[in-house]
Write a protein that binds this ligand. Structure first.
Ligand SMILES: C[S@@+](CC[C@H](N)C(=O)[O-])C[C@H]1O[C@@H](n2cnc3c(N)ncnc32)[C@H](O)[C@@H]1O
Length: 240
């Protein structure tokens, strides 16, 4: 299984977040939805491998934006290939995301992305800026994964996300689900649909402990797995 294989690539990814992401992208493909899949902050390409696998299956492009000072582009491409990912439709773009505006981001992506992973600079200002770009460029029916939300080793991410929502800069973005360190956000008319996809995954999955915990908590009280955040109900999968 790819989620096991990508562990050979340097990086960070909780299994449950990998499975949830795969479920979301597969759902988009099943619905006939196509469009670029973009990650800000690639490092070795661990998460990008999962994204590219799903994008390739749908005939879509994958774009990885990074400053590439820790691991270079050639190595990332080799990492993807080492786990069986064809890289013909993968573009790695060397850029500081905090210096981009919406037009530059769209030009790099080649259109409005259907999926964006925000995992670049974890400083509050940078996260805030990256998310404003997502707000302004993501396809209306797209979804964005913000990594390291609630991670005490990356307080800047929380600060950036909180500021975005409390200062009213989030526009129409709404929180959808929190799982495996990732907060997923989407536009309002698609929130319920994505929550249904993720809840179906959490109810059916037998491979990770977080989904078992979800079922246990959901059976006790629905309020344990639907938590209010920024004034909206968010599905929580796997809180201990
Ligand atoms: C936590 S790592 C990303 C982990 C990766 N998503 C994975 O699957 O393991 C953060 C990455 O963000 C990149 N980065 C940091 N600041 C950035 C910036 N301003 N613009 C683009 N990328 C940046 C770093 O080079 C690093 O590769």
């Amino acid at each position: 299984m790819l989620i096991e294989k990508v562990k050979s690539i340097p990086g960070w990814l909780h299994d449950v977040a990998g499975h949830a992401t795969t479920a979301l992208l597969a759902y988009q493909t099943q619905m006939g939805r196509s469009g670029p899949v973009v990650e800000i902050g690639v490092f070795g390409g661990r998460y990008l491998a999962l994204l590219a696998d799903q994008a390739n299956a749908a005939g879509d492009r994958t774009i990885g934006i990074d400053i590439y000072i820790y691991i270079d582009e050639e190595t990332v491409l080799k990492n993807l290939q080492s786990v069986g990912i064809a890289t013909g439709s993968v573009s790695l773009v060397r850029a500081d995301s905090t210096g981009l505006d919406a037009a530059a981001f769209l030009a790099m992506s080649g259109g409005k992305p259907r999926f964006v992973s925000v995992d670049g600079d974890h400083a509050a200002n940078a996260v805030y800026r990256d998310l404003m770009i997502v707000r302004d460029t993501m396809a209306r029916d797209g979804i964005c994964a913000i990594d390291d939300f609630l991670n005490p080793l990356a307080f800047g991410v929380n600060e950036g996300v909180n500021r975005l929502f409390f200062e009213g800069a989030s526009g129409e973005l709404r929180p959808v689900c929190y799982t495996g360190g990732k907060l997923f956000v989407a536009f309002p008319e698609h929130v319920e649909r994505y929550q249904s996809v993720l809840e179906a995954f959490a109810r059916e999955d037998l491979s990770v402990p977080e989904t078992a915990r979800f079922r246990e908590l959901a059976a006790q009280n629905r309020a344990y797995v639907m938590q209010p955040l920024f004034g909206h109900e968010v599905l929580v999968i796997g809180e201990r």
